[in-house]
Design a protein. Structure first.
Length: 134
């Protein structure tokens, strides 16, 4: 392989840097659909947490580039979890997408969180992920 071709490949790899998406969804079937869609349709890596406690433990070792949160989680809601995650200095600039049949619009606007109503359109979901990761 020529030096020029290697440099082009390297530049392309940097341009399509794999980013990590942390999905917090208590319905494992829905979470699996999201993981599968993201892994098949994007270059990114998606990781699933079933609840707030699991998510908070995961971010100790994992530094996600995007949070996808279900609003209706057991023990705390998605807004409360978002606030806990964003209280961490290293995560305060991570964008978030919140999913629910009923979204608290004012709370989302206050925090600059994008909301998406369930059931979601998978194409819209994937396009929104790409937009938030730019």
């Amino acid at each position: 392989m020529s030096q020029e071709k290697q440099e082009q490949d390297s530049a392309h790899t940097k341009q399509v840097a794999v980013k990590t998406i942390l999905i917090i969804e208590d319905d494992v079937n829905i979470g699996d659909v999201f993981i599968q869609a993201i892994s098949q349709e994007t270059p990114h890596m998606a990781v699933l947490a079933a609840n707030a406690e699991e998510a908070l433990n995961m971010v100790k070792a994992l530094k996600p580039n995007l949070f996808i949160l279900d609003y209706q989680l057991p023990s705390v809601n998605g807004i409360e979890l978002y606030d806990q995650l964003h209280a961490m200095k290293e995560l305060e600039h991570v964008p978030a997408l919140m999913l629910s049949a009923r979204l608290p619009k004012q709370e989302l606007q206050k925090r600059n969180i994008i909301g998406m109503h369930k059931p979601i359109d998978l194409d819209d979901f994937l396009q929104l992920i790409e937009k938030l990761l730019k």
